[in-house]
Design a protein around this ligand. Sequence first.
Ligand code: HEC
Ligand code: HEC
Length: 297
Amino acid sequence: MTSFWSFWTSIIILGSIFGCLWLLYIVRKSEPHKEETDQTVGHEFDGIEELDNPMPSWWIIMFVASAIWGLAYALAYPTLGNYQGFLGWSSTGQWEDEVAQAEERYGPIFDQYAATPVTELAQDAEAMKVGQRLFANNCAVCHGSAGRGALGFPNLTDDDWLYGGDPETIRTTLLQGRNGNMPAKGLKPDMSNDDVNDLTHYLLSFSGRTDDQEAAKRGAEMYQTACAACHGADAKGMQAAGAPNLTDNIWLYGGSPAKIKQTLLYGRAGHMPAQEQALGEQKVHILTAYVLSLSQQ
Ligand code: HEC
Ligand code: HEC
């Protein structure tokens, strides 16, 4: 805050408090009676009359007390512009204290987990409760609270992996993130719509869902030039490229003819955010075990 705004807001705050006290003082001073009376203010409505009495003392005491409270608070805590308050409290400071307390409390547990191999940790019910909480807070938005995924977000509970389901690969996925890259029309950008149609029939044929065997056959030929480099000659996928198995009827982006065509025409680019900075090694270690345990259920 610039010193002008700091000064301005302080004036408004102090002005309001002292203004209210001043108002109270004037009203008290101009009251005609200092004692309780039977005299009315002189008007009546529906048989109700207002007595011309002074303000009750309990009310005045409360009023002055809250003004004093307001002043004391403004001096103790950051209230008046850039003035930090004599207690030295700040929201960042409070947050840092809480983080430090949590580190002290959970640090030893996390250290112990970090020293346990992932496969062993995946069997540890207590550790997996911690893993579940970490997953709910950091991963569930995309992968679902049960890790079953959604369109474009892989299911982590099955045994079908884009990049691989061994502990080391899962760890790398979490630490560094992943960027899937399925180029539109594969390696043949000049591919015609008929070719895309043939390829779709070819992919549908793996799950016995095409009745146009001729088209599927033409698609199989096109596949070898435009797609095999990433998805493999047998279309069973290639984890090094993050290219999914196209024969198992498990679909990341949907397996209807329309969805498959959309994938082929426009490409796909799934993004898994890196967690190294956000969560750190220790939490990633626990989450690796948790992902492993999901796929083993
Ligand atoms: C912003 C959404 C998002 C968040 C948050 C997210 N993921 Fe992912 N994750 C993805 C996407 C999208 C992919 C697929 C990447 C691709 O298509 O190449 C993925 C891929 C993965 C994979 C690889 C799966 C495979 O088949 O190889 C794992 C494991 C994974 N995520 C675990 C996690 C964990 C654990 C967390 C929490 C720390 C997390 N993800 C947070 C979107 C997300
Ligand atoms: C450069 C490597 C590369 C080439 C070439 C390529 N793909 Fe892909 N493909 C991928 C990757 C990587 C993904 C996963 C994208 C993601 O995770 O977002 C993918 C995803 C797909 C999907 C979605 C699968 C699902 O589960 O929903 C289909 C279908 C597909 N590719 C078919 C093809 C076909 C057919 C060709 C040839 C025309 C082809 N791909 C060429 C790398 C490639």
